[in-house]
Design a binder for this molecule. Structure first.
Ligand code: IMP
Length: 448
């Protein structure tokens, strides 16, 4: 039995949806610990595309229980749309459970998110506009509405009457926006509440019971390490903790129940929204990565900024999450390139900097120091083993593994489930395997 956290090792959109979908096959329970409808997973199963924002991709497996945990923020309207989409595709949702202590995204959160972004002008964060920051801000301010409040109509009315009055002052006086009508918001959310009621549980208890029963639990992180509120590129981050430690907090489990942490990183780097991005490519190659990688946000449709793989960030992700291994996705996107660059360190104020600087203004001044590797200029889409890969592609993977001192357990070469190389069992393979005796991190190693 193993309890596994899967997290994004870059700025989100690393292809976690596909990796968690693969690992969900052996999971009894999948938990989404944090984030809200800012996330988006696209999963392709037998040519059919599923776009999920809140519901874990494990829902596609009929026997897998899926839990939306306490650390998430739930937009009921979007969640109900997702449920409808799944029902239309004849996917059962009877194994979906929603935490009663998750916070609820309200209409004023969405309005305030957009209005504050506009007000910031050049200082904007480039949020998804889904009300995520304001929902988490209310949670911290202790004025949030939780799912449990939705389940108690009288309390909900009382809380919302007070809160909407207060939010209306901000909407009207600060942002010059029309006030919300409390009664119509109350009616709308009472209707959502009744539709969601059958799914609502004490999620941390449910997860605990699964632990006691020695079930396999997969904790499916949303966003990525560099978007972490505490450890990311603040202020250009999201408002939750997408790192491995955040999964424990959001799910409501102790760190001792976690057996393994798997990071997911693209073979290059992307970022959506504002903020420093040292390896960003503005020219032809960036555009090529964007078009070959179909780099458009699942939630907003915004084009993602693209750049070379950043090994400094990779090392940071290994450290801050305690990664046992990595899944590298979208290797095939690099297929056409004659040369591929990898950032191995930064130049910061004339000095070499090997570590991600947690000081935001220092990070903004970092320039990448690259090593250039030969490309392979042939398709890898149909490779199914490491031996099938062109030798330059294999060398590229070895280079990344050595640079970050972490083993690469999975390589993904396309959106479909079968376009995958399993290098070693990511769940039962060696824990925190670094380099083997030959200095070769990619070789399959024996049990712990
Ligand atoms: P928010 O989470 O909507 O507040 O956005 C804050 C920052 O996180 C912005 O730069 C967003 O583009 C980014 N972000 C939020 N969710 C995701 C995601 O799922 N993938 C990639 N970037 C995200």
């Amino acid at each position: 039995m193993a309890n596994v956290i899967v997290i994004g090792a870059q700025w989100g959109d690393e292809g976690k949806g596909k990796i968690t979908d693969l690992l969900s096959r052996s999971a009894d329970v999948v938990v989404r610990p944090q984030g809200g409808v800012n996330a988006g997973h696209t999963i392709v199963v037998q040519g059919q595309t599923f776009k999920l924002h809140l519901i874990p991709s494990g829902i596609l497996y009929p026997d897998t229980e899926c839990i939306i945990g306490s650390g998430t923020v739930i937009d009921p309207k979007v969640l109900l749309e997702e449920l409808a989409q799944l029902h239309a595709l004849k996917v059962s949702t009877q194994n979906l459970f929603i935490s009663q202590t998750a916070h609820v995204t309200m209409p004023y959160h969405r309005l305030l998110d957009k209005a504050s972004e506009e007000r910031r002008g050049k200082q904007k964060i480039g949020t998804t506009g889904r009300g995520i920051g304001p929902t988490y801000a209310d949670k911290s301010e202790r004025t949030g509405i939780r799912i449990v409040d939705l389940m108690n109509p009288d309390e909900l009315k009382e809380k919302l009457e007070w809160t909407i009055k207060y939010k209306n002052v901000i909407l009207e006086k600060l942002y010059n926006l029309a006030p919300l009508d409390p009664q119509s918001v109350i009616d709308e959310y009472l209707d959502y509440a009744e539709q969601l009621r059958p799914y609502v549980v004490d999620s941390s208890l449910k997860i605990y019971e699964a632990i006691i029963e020695r079930k396999n639990i997969l904790f499916e992180g949303a966003q990525g390490t560099l978007l972490d509120l505490d450890h990311g590129t603040y202020p250009y981050v999201t408002s939750s903790n997408p790192i491995a430690g955040g999964a424990c907090v959001g799910a409501g489990v102790g760190p001792t129940v976690i057996d393994r942490v798997i990071g997911v990183a693209k073979a290059y780097t992307t970022r959506v929204g504002e903020g420093p991005f040292p390896t960003e490519l503005h020219g032809e190659i960036g555009a090529l990565l964007g078009s070959r990688g179909a780099e458009f946000g699942t939630t907003t449709g915004r084009p993602r900024r693209c750049g070379w793989f950043d090994g400094v960030i990779g090392r940071y992700a290994v450290r801050i999450n305690g990664l046992d291994c990595l899944a590298i996705t979208k290797l095939d996107v690099l297929d056409e390139l004659a040369e591929i660059k990898v950032c191995v360190a930064y130049e910061l104020d004339g000095q070499i900097c090997n570590h991600f600087p947690s000081n935001a203004s220092q990070f903004a001044r970092c320039n990448p120091i690259y090593e250039t590797l030969p490309g392979w200029q042939q398709s890898t889409e149909n490779c199914r083993t490491l031996e099938d890969l062109p030798k330059e592609a294999l060398n590229y993977l070895k280079f990344l593994a050595e640079l970050m001192a972490v083993s690469i357990a999975i390589v993904s070469l396309g959106a479909s489930r079968d376009q995958t190389i399993i290098v070693e069992d990511p769940i039962h393979g060696p824990k925190r395997a670094l380099l083997d005796v030959n200095g070769d991190p990619l070789s399959v190693t024996t049990d712990e």
